[in-house]
Design a protein around this ligand. Structure first.
Ligand code: PLP
Length: 375
């Protein structure tokens, strides 16, 4: 059986967790947390990073920092994970769902623009499969309308747009280190603050509404309650685990890309005549090996292909159920039909992709996909 995903341990996780056991700090914001922050700030030039207990938490912090008022609207793709929307709903905003583009599941200025009005405050972009949205166009649109841009970069570690790291382009960014992502610590995430205006407040919200982080740096001689906040920071155990993964980032990325390329070299040029669409990486974007997917022509086609692969002991999965037609939201949805989003919801299927997948198994999966597509 080839599973869809297998979380990976790089080898040093337990050593670093043991170090935490013998240390004086097991709660958050200790040495391992600082090492992780410094890694991202140095490698990608992010202005400020704060580890969180999940990507969802990082998005909740983004939503709190946007300081939304009742009636404010936030544009969110419908083809995404629930957290991209829930974080903003919890702040009392109205979520307005945008369609994906035709060539990949990302939202585009053309799907965003018709949704703008004087109540719009934030655009949330999701770089699906770690492939960048067209950020120059989206940032220009946001600037024209005085909007904030939040990047849900949950898929996007070590991926770039015109040479700039994803998560570092919008005003705020959120990463996830859930076990299904390229780099994981079980459950984990990270807020990235790119706009100077949010730096101080982000640290206070992170530390339960207190200025404890400033106190630790010796900037104030006592700390107290100064704003709203919550307990978003993970313990040193999570950070120690994450650090072991970050040390192996290049190795992990290399391995995932290698598998991605095996799939692509076997499938590209051989499935399109059956109207199967393969991932498109625009010239402005890089590929971080997060995901390999096919977009089938119909739901029936996808169901048949997935059943065929399952018969051969290969586990594949579809992905997001469009949020605008979810049980929770469908009665509130008032917009135009989101045709591309619905198409990805019905027709997109993801292939196994994880560090320990061998070249032979990846080749076998791709060959069986060919057989299934043509059968
Ligand atoms: C995984 C994911 C999240 C949530 O991250 P968690 O760490 O699981 O909370 C949010 N958005 C997208 C697009 C994701 O894929």
């Amino acid at each position: 059986m080839i599973p869809f995903n297998k979380p990976y341990c790089s080898g040093r996780e337990l050593d670093y967790i043991k170090e935490v056991c013998g240390s004086m700090t097991m709660s958050g914001n200790g040495d391992f947390t600082k090492r992780c922050h410094a890694f991202f700030e140095k490698r990608y030039g992010f202005r400020k990073c704060l580890l969180c207990t999940s990507g969802t938490d990082a998005l909740e912090m983004c939503a709190m920092l946007c300081d939304l008022q009742p009636g404010d609207e936030v544009i969110v793709p419908s083809y995404t994970f629930v957290s991209s929307a829930i974080a903003f709903l919890r702040e009392g905003a109205k979520v307005v769902f945008a369609d994906s583009g035709a060539s990949n599941p990302n939202i585009t200025v053309d799907t965003i623009r018709p949704l703008l009005n004087e109540r719009t405050k934030v655009i949330v972009v999701v770089h699906y499969a770690g492939v960048a949205c067209d950020m120059d166009a989206i940032m220009a649109l946001a600037e024209e309308h005085h909007l904030l841009v939040v990047e849900d970069a949950a898929h996007s570690i070590d991926s770039f747009y015109k040479g700039r790291p994803l998560g570092g382009i919008g005003h705020l960014g959120a990463f996830s280190f859930h076990e299904t992502k390229n780099i994981n610590c079980g459950e984990g995430g990270m807020l990235v603050v790119n706009d100077e205006r949010f730096v101080r407040r982000s640290e206070i919200i992170w530390e339960k509404g207190t200025n404890r982080a400033e106190f630790y740096r010796g900037m104030v001689n006592k700390y107290g309650w100064c704003d709203i906040g919550s307990s978003f920071l993970p313990s040193e155990f999570n950070a120690a685990f994450l650090w072991a993964q970050l040390e192996q980032l290049d190795d992990i990325q290399g391995k995932r890309l290698r598998i991605w390329k095996i799939y692509d070299s076997i499938l590209r040029g051989k499935v399109e005549e059956k109207s199967v669409q393969l991932p498109e990486i625009p010239s402005y974007a890089t590929n971080n090996g997060h995901m390999y997917y096919l977009v089938c022509p119909t739901l029936e086609f996808r169901t048949r292909l997935m059943a065929f692969l399952k018969e051969h002991d290969i586990q594949t999965t579809f992905h997001y159920l469009p949020l605008h037609s979810s049980a929770y939201y469908k009665d509130q949805f008032r917009g135009e039909p989101l045709v591309h989003c619905d198409h990805y919801g019905d027709c997109l299927v993801r292939l196994p992709l994880y560090y320990e997948l061998s070249d032979e198994d990846a080749t076998r999966v791709a060959q069986l996909v060919l057989e299934g597509v043509n059968g």
